[in-house]
Design a protein around this ligand. Structure first.
Ligand code: SAH
Ligand code: SF4
Ligand code: F3S
Length: 472
């Protein structure tokens, strides 16, 4: 009999990928995915611990299904992902109706664990070793990667996919929980990555985004040879059918000339680099233990501009970190003015248990100040986006079409002719009036108007025969 699975995901792309893998695995065990919590047999919440707010979101969603669990005790409620690893059995104190707590390193065990709960074994906690709970080798092994061979039905679009090349993180920025929740940095074996990419290409995938917390630090040594990200990109570039390659998230210190030259030389590599600066102040960067100074960061930006003058660069920033003065915050504003990021993700510092910042520094910036700095930086970034997007007006850009735009989905447009959305090679969002059938195609779009986060265009007709232009 088919069983019904409801799954909700918060957090970064790693979590999105993990959820896809879990769904694919459960599909093989006879589950179908449903959109409502009401009639699901299994309810899974893939959690994130990076900020307090992400945790609250999951607790609140899980709290909402308490009444369902009370009315139907046979239903299984599970919390997976980073908060499961971080809080483990403590989750039951706050959400006693939860049956399963599963860390990111145990996702492959989910079908078995659901069975055990069903069989009456009671609540189950399955997590990896902490960073001091064993030998390096044991800790590493306890954070298993879960990358079963790919099933196209589990992805939002069959022509785009994430591919994990690295798990964990060893940078230990003082504010961050990820090294604790995802464990030690480990590169996946190149042959496995290439096999997965080939499978994806065989399934019609055109764009692959390689994932790692510090993806450009990737390395794997085997039989006396070390493979780095640049080497991987060269091999992946050979795969027929793959048209675009992206990789996130980059660590400024590891943005080598060799990598940038490789991205320049390989046309399938997107001229797009997400490389978070976090702050514009040396003092704050030191307190964050980011491992670089603004001078190092500038040198990196010069390297990027030298090899990839057309590249778009995006960043993350934390405002209101421990002891951040107004002057130090203004240095971050200056950095955004100077480097004119394609976009920035801006976060208010959220103190996290288990981190060095929590142990050693005081979270002393009042909430109102954090909020104001967040707004100021966001407004500045939005101005930059709007101004820089103007230069695309009148240009023709090549877009990989993803599907109907958010607007047409929201409007419930159901005909074949709808507003479609896609992305340029440099990761800018483009919307245009088109046809659903264009999803997955590379199309030339003439940009007519530029908004802060979106370019609006029309289909470029020059190369298109009449058969393609029969939109309806
Ligand atoms: N590995 C990536 C990002 C990991 S988390 C990197 O190093 O860039 C994504 C972003 O969340 C970080 O870049 C940082 O800007 C933000 N972040 C992490 N911990 C945070 C905290 N405690 N409070 C606020 N923002 C945080
Ligand atoms: Fe967290 Fe720093 Fe690692 Fe990124 S590099 S995951 S911010 S510890
Ligand atoms: Fe969150 Fe874990 Fe990603 S803490 S940001 S889901 S690695």
């Amino acid at each position: 009999m088919t069983k019904r699975l409801y799954i909700e995901t918060v957090g970064c792309q790693m979590n999105v990928l993990d959820s896809e893998m879990v769904v694919a695995n459960l599909r093989q065990h006879g589950y179908e995915v449903v959109q409502s919590t009401e009639d699901a047999d299994v309810l899974l919440y893939n959690s994130c611990s990076v900020r307090q707010m992400a945790e609250e979101k999951i607790y609140s969603a899980v709290g909402e299904v308490k009444r369902i669990k009370e009315a139907h005790p046979d239903r299984v409620v599970g919390i997976m992902g980073c908060m499961a690893q971080k809080d483990q059995a403590k989750i039951f104190d706050r959400a006693p109706h939860v049956d399963l707590v599963i860390g990111p390193g145990q996702l492959h065990q989910i079908p078995d664990l659901i069975q055990q709960v069903r069989a009456g074994s009671g609540p189950q906690v399955m997590v990896s070793l902490g960073r001091k709970e064993g030998t390096q080798e044991d800790i590493r092994r306890s954070h298993e990667t879960f990358d079963p061979l790919r099933d196209p039905s589990m992805r939002p679009t069959p022509f785009q996919a994430y591919l994990r090349i690295q798990i964990g993180c060893d940078k230990f920025c003082t504010y961050c929980v990820v090294p604790m929740t995802r464990g030690p940095e480990q590169g996946r074996r190149p042959s496995e990555i290439l096999l997965e990419a080939q499978t994806l290409a065989d399934q019609g995938c055109k764009e692959i985004t390689l994932l790692g917390q510090t993806v450009n630090s990737y390395k794997y040594s085997e039989d006396g040879t070390t493979t780095r990200l640049a080497d991987l990109l060269r091999s992946l570039h050979e795969i027929d059918g793959i048209e675009r390659l992206k990789f996130v998230t980059n660590y400024p210190k590891d943005m080598t000339e060799d990598l940038l030259r490789t991205v320049h030389e390989l046309p399938k590599c997107s001229p797009y680099l997400h490389v978070p600066a976090q702050s514009g102040s040396d003092e704050i960067l030191k307190r964050m233990k980011r491992g670089y100074t603004i001078a190092d960061y500038r040198a990196m930006m010069e390297r990027i501009h030298k090899f990839l003058p057309e590249a778009s660069v995006s960043s993350d920033f934390i405002v209101g970190f421990c002891g951040e003065t107004e002057e130090q915050f203004q240095m971050t504003m200056d950095l955004v003015r100077e480097y004119r990021y394609k976009n920035s993700f801006i976060f208010q510092y959220s103190v996290r248990e288990g981190t060095k910042a929590n142990e050693r520094l005081e979270d002393d910036i009042p909430l109102e100040v954090k909020k104001r700095r967040n707004n100021d930086l966001l407004n500045l970034q939005n101005e930059v986006c709007l101004e820089d997007n103007q230069r695309f007006v009148g240009e023709t850009v090549q877009v990989l079409v993803e599907g109907p735009s958010k607007k047409s989905i929201k409007n419930g447009d159901d005909g074949p002719v709808v507003q479609m959305t896609g992305r340029t090679h440099c990761d800018r969002i483009v919307v245009f009036d088109g046809n659903r059938r264009q999803a997955g195609q590379m199309m030339d779009i003439v940009v007519r108007e530029a908004l802060c986060h979106t370019l609006i265009g029309t289909v470029h007709t020059k190369h298109l025969g009449p058969q393609v232009f029969q939109l309806a």
